[in-house]
Design a protein around this ligand. Structure first.
Ligand code: ARG
Length: 464
């Protein structure tokens, strides 16, 4: 039976009827629709609308509907997930099933179901992000005190510890976890009891309904509650941040996997070959992550554009807000699973990175810093070392290979201490500030990251 046919003399146009249905996609909301319906049924019983037996029968049937799960085949007679549950309920317990819709509206139901769905997705993405970040932490631990070049303008800039570089990604993903938790706080209010727009017509215990569904409180305004999708937009925007970070990571790893860099060996489990060129091993997993990131941004834009200019309160346009959320959440989970697998299995080429860290005059700033410690103003020291670099370029050598005499030509008194300051360990060690790449600072940062991540796992798993 339709949910709204009474006042109509004609049935809907056949094509329109099919076209406006949401069951083909909102079926994923079944578990949340069942949970919300159970909470509503209990409130109806408290309000005297359902007898104790009717409540028991309703809850029993709802539980069964939940356990049956979404039917395999789409039923064209079913309009949406709400209609499905009502139809199945009546099949199971007869006329009493029609009582469940007393004092409620699909407008508050869909708002509630979506919140429950997004809340669960937030928890899932948080878990996956924590696992992904832990894979970086593990690699950072394995890297020990190996060094690599850090780039600015994609030109060699200064050496850093490999662990320091890996922990940079951990920071991005920790921020994303924080964003998700922030989004969850605002999301966690319960629209049930808002009715179609003005609030339910029954004295339902909204506090109890909210508590049963583990919300923090009922929503404050029925008009906002039935039409608000900020939580969905916010969630997909946070996913866009994650996708942005994933795409930056994927791009850098692709670059570092090239023969030109050779900093990492692509894991065979996450690479494919070429049908034409027998020698090829391609970074498909990373490329697809980079590519799919754009799709997540697209879903965020679709949500924003879909909401723009909607007057209060519920409008059917809102039905269109579901698929972008489902699609973005689905994409994100699969991307994160692949990404975590990749980081877990990838092999970093430490000797090659270390070698790259020792060439390209990346100790120039450290040389200037040494001169500064001798009382030479930095601008002057910069100029003198720059002259040294020029000589090196002419002689195709590194700063530590330039002779005392050549340094004298540059105005530098190159004694033993000066040469010592050019060694890679020294260059790394002078970045001794919180957040810097000096080994002791990086070890501290590693511990902090581990502690932050450990809260997402059982003690034993704490990324050891
Ligand atoms: N399938 C609808 C949606 O997703 C449910 C709400 C329908 N409400 C209504 N007044 N027609 O938005």
């Amino acid at each position: 039976m339709k949910m709204w046919s009474g006042r109509f003399t004609h049935g809907p146009d056949a094509e329109f009827e099919q076209w406006q249905r949401s069951f083909p996609f909102d079926r994923v909301l079944l578990p949340y629709e069942v949970a919300a319906s159970m909470a509503h049924a209990s409130a109806l019983a408290k309000a005297g609308v359902l007898s104790a037996e009717e409540l028991a029968a309703t809850l029993f049937a709802l539980d069964q509907i939940g356990r049956e799960g979404t039917p395999e085949a789409d039923d064209p007679a079913i309009e949406d997930v709400h209609h499905y549950v009502e139809t199945r309920l009546v099949e199971l317990i007869g006329e009493v099933g029609y009582k469940l819709h007393t004092g409620r509206s699909r407008n508050e139901q869909i708002a509630t179901d979506l919140r429950l769905y997004v809340r669960e997705q937030i928890d899932e993405v948080t878990r996956l992000l924590a696992e992904f970040a832990s894979a970086f932490v593990k690699q950072a631990e394995e890297a020990g005190d190996s060094a690599m070049p850090a780039y600015t303008h994609l030109q060699r800039a200064e050496p850093v510890l490999v662990a320091h570089w890996l922990l940079a990604y951990v920071e991005m993903f920790l921020r994303d976890i924080d964003r998700l938790s922030d989004c969850r706080k605002r999301l966690n209010v319960c629209p049930l009891g808002s009715g179609a727009v003005a609030g339910t017509i029954l004295p339902l215990d909204r506090e109890a309904i909210s508590a049963q569904l583990e919300f923090d409180s009922p929503t404050a305004n029925s008009m906002d509650a039935t039409s608000d999708r900020d939580f969905a937009i916010e969630f997909v925007q946070v996913l866009s941040f994650v996708a942005l970070h994933l795409s930056r990571w994927a791009e850098e790893f692709i670059l570092f996997s090239t023969a030109e860099f050779g900093f990492l060996k692509l894991p065979e489990q996450y690479s494919t070959g070429s049908s034409a060129m027998p020698q090829k091993k391609n970074p498909d997993a990373l490329e697809l992550i980079r590519g799919k990131a754009g799709k997540v941004f697209a879903e965020a834009t679709a949500l924003f554009v879909g909401m723009k200019g909607l007057p209060l309160a519920y409008n059917k346009d809102l039905q269109e807000s579901q698929q972008p959320v489902f699609s973005a959440a689905h994409q994100m989970s699969s991307m994160l699973r692949v990404a975590a697998g990749f980081v877990t299995t990838v092999e970093l080429n430490y000797p090659r990175m270390q070698k790259a860290a020792s060439s390209g005059f990346m100790n120039a700033q450290a040389a200037a810093a040494y001169l500064v410690r001798q009382g030479i103003p930095f601008r002057r020291a910069h100029e003198l070392v720059g002259k040294g670099v020029r000589l090196c370029v002419e002689q195709s050598c590194e700063l530590e290979q330039l002779s005392k005499e050549d340094y004298a030509l540059c105005g530098i008194d190159a004694n033993e201490h000066f040469y010592n300051s050019l060694a890679l360990e020294e260059v790394l060690a002078i970045h001794n500030v919180p957040g810097g790449t000096a080994a002791s600072r990086v070890h501290e940062a590693l511990q902090t990251a581990k502690e932050k991540l450990s809260q997402f796992f059982g003690v034993a798993h704490a990324c050891t």
